[in-house]
Design a protein around this ligand. Sequence first.
Ligand code: C2E
Ligand code: CA
Ligand code: CA
Length: 846
Amino acid sequence: MNASRLDFDPIIADILPPDREVLVCPPETPVFEAAGRMRVAGVSSIVVTDDSGPVGIWTEHDALALDLSSPAVFDQRVDTVMSAPVRSIPSTATLTDAAHLFRERHIRHLLVCEGDEAQKNGKGGDRRLRGIISLTDVVLNQGIEHYLHFRTVGTLVGHESIEVQESDTLSMVSRRMREARVDAVLVVLDDGGRGILTERDLIGLIAERHGDTAVGGVCTRALFTVPADASLFHVRNMMNERGVRHIGVERDGQVEGLVSFADLLSGIELAYVDELRTALEARDSALASSQRNLQLAEKVIQTSLEGIMITDASGRIMRVNPAFTDLTGYLPDEVIGKSPAVLQSGRHDKAFYDRMWATLSREGQWRGEIWNRRKNGEIYPELLTIKAITDEDGEVTHYAALFSDITELKENERQIRHLAYYDALTGLPNRRLFHDRLDLAIAHAHRSGGRLAVLFIDLDHFKKINDTLGHAVGDQLLEVVAGKLTDCLREDDSVARTGGDEFLALLPDIEDFQPVADIARRIIDSLSRPVVLEGRELVIGCSVGVALYPDDGMDSESLLKHADIAMYRAKQSGRNTYSLFTPAMNEAARRRLDLETGLRQAIEQEQFRLHYQPVVDESGQLVGAEALLRWHHPEWGAVGPGEFIPLAEETGLILPIGDQVVREAARQAARWDGRVKISVNLSARQFADPELARSLVAACEAVGVPGTTLTLEITETALMQDVDAHVATMMGLRTAGFRFSIDDFGTGYSSLAYLRRFPLDCLKIDRGFTADMMISADARAIVSATIALAHNLRLRVIAEGVETAEQARLLAELGADLQQGYHHGRPTSAEEFARLWGLEKADRAR
Ligand code: C2E
Ligand code: CA
Ligand code: CA
C-alpha cells in the first residue's frame, strides 16, 4: 500500500478541514430524513452512529441503490441501506494511504478516527470520530492545481457518460447510474437540448419524498458546456463560478458527455502521483522550470534528501531546507540573508569560483564536486548543482543550489576502486590493474620505439606449504614474497599478484634483455633464500618466464601468454630458473648463464692461462711482453677474452680473475728473472677496487720481484671514468714501482689536458690506427700527431696490431718507440714464448 508513497506525504490530520461538520444520525433515522439533513448541510454523506460509535455511512451514491418506484422506501431505516462496515482511516495515516483506499475500494469517503496504524481499515468501534475525508479532499489537498493546465477536458469524457431520455423514470435512471457507477447522467430533452440529473439531485428528491416521475420534470434543464479542448483548469474555474459539480463537454456543437468535479480530479490523481515521482527524480529540472513548478518544487525542497539553498539574484540566501541543516549544521536563521560564502572551505581559489560563475551565467547551470565547510569546521566534498531561475523575460530572479554530501560516496568509490584493482592480501595491483598498466606501457613503448618486458613469476612448492602448514602461513608467505618482489624491481617497474601463487612484473623502458635477465636472476635469488615464519624455515623458489615487447608480442594478451609459456619452459628445465620466450633470446640468455657458471668454475678450478705477446723496439729487440688471458673450457674449448671479459666485468668476477692474472704474471716475471717486463691488463672494475694495490704488492712480494717488472695497462675509456680517484690510485701504485700504459688510445675521447694528470709511462696506439694508417692519410696524420704529442708528455709510444713489415717500417718512420703485433709475434704460451725469445736458459737456471 505504500508503494507509491511520497517523501513529503502529509498526514490526514493535517488536511482535515477543521470547520467541516460531520453529519451523524442514529440507525433508526428514516431515509428521507437523512437525505434532508444532507441536503441542508450541503454534504454528500451521513455517518450512522450508535452508542458504540460509527456503524456505517450513507452517501449520495448509496442513494442510487434505493428502489425509488416504491413509496415505502423513504421511511426505511437508514441502517438498512447504509454501507457497513464503515471504512475508516486513522488520522495519522497519509494522504497517499487514503488515495489508495479510495482507489482500491471504489469508495469516495473515509471516516477519520483518532488512532494509529493498527486500527487502519478496522471496523467501527469506540474510536473517536475526527471527521470525514473525501476523495475530493485528498486530491485538492495535494496542491496540484497546475496539473489542471496540462490536460483538456476532452480526454476525460467518453465511455462513462450515460444518456437517458426525458421520459425515463427516476427509478430507471438511478438504477442506470448505479450500474454504470456514475454520479450524473445527461438527459436528452425532447427539444433536442440536454439536461442533467445528479446524485445530489436525487438526495433532494428523496428528502422531498418525491414520486417516481419522469426525469424531464426534475432534471436541471440548462446544462453548462465547455469545448472539449478546454483545459481542466478552465473547467474547474467554471464549475466554481457557476456553483455546479458537473459540466457538459461539447465537440463540434454536440454534447459529447459529462464531466464531474470528481472526474476532473480523479483523472489527474494518478497522473499526479506519477508526475511527482518523475519530478522527484529529476528535481533539478523541476526547480529550474517555470514559476508554476515552483509550487511543486516547494514540496520537493522541504522533503528532499539533498540540501537545497535558494538565493536571490544577488546571491543572498533566501531559504534553505531541512536537509541543508542536516548537511551543513546551519539552522535557517543562521544563514538566511547571508552569502553562501559562509560555507566555503578555502580549498578552492578565486579562479575556481570565477569559472563557476562564468559557466552559470553562460549556461544557466553549474554542476560539479566542491569542498565545503560544515558549521563544526569539518570539510566535506559535495556534489553541487546550481541553477539559475529566470522569469518570463529571461532575467535571473533566483539561484537554486542542490547538493549532497558525497564523502561516503567518495570513500566507497575509493574502496571499490581498491577492491577492483588491488589484491586484498598483498595490496599489490591485481590482474585488471596490471592489464591497464601494461596497455599503457605498450602504447608508450610503441610511440617511443622502446622495449618492455613482462615477467611471469610462479612460485615453486607453494601449494605444498599451503596444504601442509595451512592457509594462514601460506598467506603470510605470499605477503613476504610480495615484499621481496617489490624490492627486486626498479622504481618504475610494477608487480601484480594475479593468482594464488602467480605474480606478474612489468619492466618498462628496457633496451635489451640484459637488465631483464639481471632482474629475473635477482628475483630467483631472493625468492630462493629461505623465509622464517613462526619459527619455521620455509624454502620456496620460483620459475620465471619472460616475454619482450615488441619481440615476443605486440599486445598485452600475447605478451602475457608468451610469458606464461616461457614460465612453463623454465619450470620444465628445473625450477629456480628463468626462460625467455624467443628461442634465440633464450639461447643467448642461456649461453650467458652458462658462461657465468663456467667462469665461476674456471676461477675455482684455475682454468685460466696467460699467453704472452712480445713488445719490441725499432730494431726488433724484445723489450717486454703483454700478458693476455686465455680460457680453455673443458667442453667448449678456447673462449676468447672478448667474449668472457665483459661478462666477468659485469658480474664482478673480474676481481678474482684479475687476482689470478696478476699473481700468475708476477710468477712468470720471476721465472724469467725479471728480464722481461710484463704488461698486465686491468679493467676499470679492478681499478676501482680498494684492494688492488695490496694484492699487486702481495703478488710481487710473494715471488720476490719488484713492482717495476709489471706494467699495468688500462684503457683510455676506463681511465676517464673517475679521474680523481684513478689519479690517486695510480700515484700510490707508482710509488710501489708499478708503471702504467694507456691502452687502446684513440678509441675514446680523452683530452690531452687530462692525460697530463696521470702518472703514465706509455701510450698504446690502438690497432685500428695501425690498420687505417696504410690506406688513409688522415689516419697517418693522427698517428703522427699522437706520437709527437705523447713525446711532448714524455710518454713512450707503443703501436699495437702491427701485422706487416710495411706497417712496422712506417711506424718507425713516424717515430713510434715500440711495436707489438702478429708481425713481431703472436700471443703464445709462456713456454713457447721463452723458446722463441731464448729465455729458456734463465728459466732452467731457476
Ligand atoms: P688488448 O689489451 O688491446 O690486447 C691486445 C689484443 O690484440 C689481444 O687480443 C691480441 O691477441 C690482439 N692482437 C695482438 N696483435 C694483433 C695483431 O697484429 N692483429 C690483430 N688483429 N690483433 C692483435 P685478445 O688476446 O683477444 O684480447 C682482447 C682484449 O681482452 C685485450 O685487448 C684486453 O682488453 C682484454 N684482456 C686480455 N687479457 C686480459 C686480462 O688479463 N685482464 C683484462 N682486464 N683484460 C684482458
Ligand atoms: Ca692491452
Ligand atoms: Ca690494446
